[in-house]
Write a protein that binds this ligand. Sequence first.
Ligand SMILES: Cc1ncc(COP(=O)(O)O)c(C=O)c1O
Length: 389
Amino acid sequence: MKVLYNNKNKEQKVDIKNFSLQKAQEVCEFHKSFPNYNQTDLVELKNLAIKNGVKDIYVKDESTRFGLNSFKVLGGSYAIAKELQKILGIESSVLSYGEITSKKYHDIVKKMTFVSATDGNHGRGVAAMAQELGANAIIYMPKGSAKERYDNIVKTGAKCIITDCNYDDSVRIATQIAQENNWIYVQDTAFGDYQDIPLHIMQGYMTMAYEAYKSLGDTVPTHIFLQAGVGSMAGAVTAFFANAYKDKMPKIIIVEPNNAGCIFKTAKANDGKLHYVKGELKTIMAGLSCGEPCSIAFKILNVYASAFTKVADSVAKNGMRTLAYPIGNDKKIVSGESGAAGIGTVLEILKHEPEVKKKLGINSKSVILCFSTEGDTDKQSYNKIVNKK
Ligand SMILES: Cc1ncc(COP(=O)(O)O)c(C=O)c1O
């Protein structure tokens, strides 16, 4: 396991007002207006905590999010709603499902096409949202994408194309197609003046953090582990908690796959530029297989993260199995490869990395929070990993 401690940037400033408690509440109200909204569970794994010598471990289980098996739809749905608000001139300041799906907009919305690139989860969210609206969606996936993830996108009525390149090049294809056709491009990586939609996607993710914050009540975590692909989820959740907990801000630990550590690489270079990881980015953690960080997210993580880590696939597998076979009356969580990366890293540190544990100040008083950001989004792979104890 590779660890980079972030001692250097604490004096820097970054504007996190877009991720305030008030904004998170507003975004959560938007998601609550969906007919199939249910808050996801924050699971307390007390027995796992006792066994590993910490005070408590909490895992937010996103496998039940809107029936889509991952948190990702939170971002796409909010960003699409904000675009519709702009295009349709919706004046009400509080966005709602009822408003954006209103019959009065149908004729315009059904001609719209949303375009995105995805490892599976984000694109499924965009496609599902387009389906709700009666609009069109075209989704690009990288080479080697799992059939189940492809099928789930096609089921919504979207067009889905598996490219012959990696995630980041698939993003470039989607960008170009969207520009050529004047379609609405919904991606979470900011570049040039393409900033609003990535920001709104990140704000959408705050519903997950806000629900966890509310469920925790007076309990303030000491350490939060966040897995990163382009870093948008981690950036949004980190900025939200920085606003929510202020001087009680927990330590944030970023987790990436060994072969796709673009946030790690950028933090390590520490030269004010984004650094890319190129090539196949091979990892079972498909959602984290991204080589180009989101600029908005990196600015936040560069200031607020305490450490950046890179882990092997075996770490995610161990996380999946641990959540699948809970101890005693701890609740079982079905967690996919990217979903279990955070808890897998916690266990790796607690069991095999005493130096890292010490440096991060993890001890018997620590309260750890992780986000299981997906369920078994590739069931074949999930069963193969989890059934092999
Ligand atoms: C399940 C899952 N977890 C985490 C992430 C990471 O999110 P981000 O790309 O915003 O860093 C992804 C991204 O697709 C994902 O699918």
